[in-house]
Every structure is written in structure tokens, then in C-alpha cells.
Design a protein around this ligand. Structure first.
Ligand SMILES: *[C@@H]1O[C@H](CO)[C@@H](O)[C@H](O)[C@H]1NC(C)=O
Ligand SMILES: *[C@@H]1O[C@H](CO)[C@@H](O)[C@H](O)[C@H]1NC(C)=O
Length: 113
């Protein structure tokens, strides 16, 4: 009787632990609700600045149009932004990985339309 109780408790604990682990591992993309959030703007500005350095451009961020985040080892930001040089404004899809104080622009590609 006592053993069965302990065993049952053990099973319950194991199941809940596995459940929690699965939730952490199964990371999903979450839409960014507020594209004017200062941190989101900061990430977008970082992406434009990095791209300017890499490609010797002079783009400036106009605004963040939409975006999603995914939390894994760090947070991955996938943003659609509009940026312009002095003449034209274009849309880009940018991906930035942020881990504590480390950031890396992993993708910066023009969006069609
Ligand atoms: C960016 O825009 C494209 C084209 O409109 C859309 O398919 C995609 O879902 C958008 N991505 C994000 C992160 O908002
Ligand atoms: C940043 O991302 C690029 C592209 O994914 C990768 O090649 C590079 O190694 C990354 N840099 C760092 C410091 O992780």
C-alpha cells in the first residue's frame, strides 16, 4: 500500500517534469504585439546599422512593420522593417539573435512588394 503510493507519486512527478521540459524545448514563433516597443526598435536599428557596415550602405530605419520572436538559447527576432537611403524606402526581412548582451544579425534580405 505504502509502496504503491510512493510509486504513484513518482510517476506523477516524472510526468510533470517531462511536461515542463517539453514546453521549454518546443519553442514557437510569437507575433510581436507592439512593433513600437523600444526594444524592438532597438533590435531593428541594430540590424540596419550592421547591414550598413557590412554592405557599405547608408540605410536608416523608417519603422518596424511586423515581427515575431522565438525564445531558445537566446531570443531570435524576425522583423519586417522599412528602411530608406536618402532616395527610396524599401522593405526588408531581418533576423537578429539576442543572447544577453550579445547580438548578431543573421539575415537581412529585401522583401518583395
Ligand atoms: C513579413 O512579410 C511577409 C510578406 O508580407 C510575410 O509573409 C511574413 O509573414 C512577414 N514576417 C513577419 C515576421 O512579420
Ligand atoms: C553571426 O551570424 C552569421 C550568419 O548566421 C554567422 O556566420 C556568424 O558566425 C555569427 N557570428 C557570431 C559571432 O556568432
Amino acid at each position: 500500500m505504502k509502496f504503491q503510493y510512493v510509486f504513484l507519486l513518482f510517476v506523477v512527478l516524472m510526468t510533470s517534469t517531462i511536461g515542463v521540459k517539453n514546453q521549454v524545448i518546443a519553442s514557437v514563433w510569437n507575433p510581436i504585439k507592439d512593433v513600437n516597443d523600444p526594444h524592438v526598435i532597438d533590435i531593428a536599428k541594430y540590424a540596419v546599422t550592421e547591414q550598413d557596415k557590412k554592405a557599405k550602405l547608408n540605410l536608416k530605419l523608417d519603422k518596424v512593420i511586423s515581427g515575431e520572436t522565438k525564445v531558445e538559447v537566446g531570443t531570435t527576432y524576425c522583423l519586417n522593417i522599412s528602411a530608406s537611403d536618402n532616395i527610396v524606402s524599401n522593405k526588408y526581412n531581418v533576423v537578429v539573435l539576442e543572447k544577453k548582451h550579445f547580438r548578431n544579425l543573421t539575415s537581412f534580405v529585401p522583401l518583395q512588394g
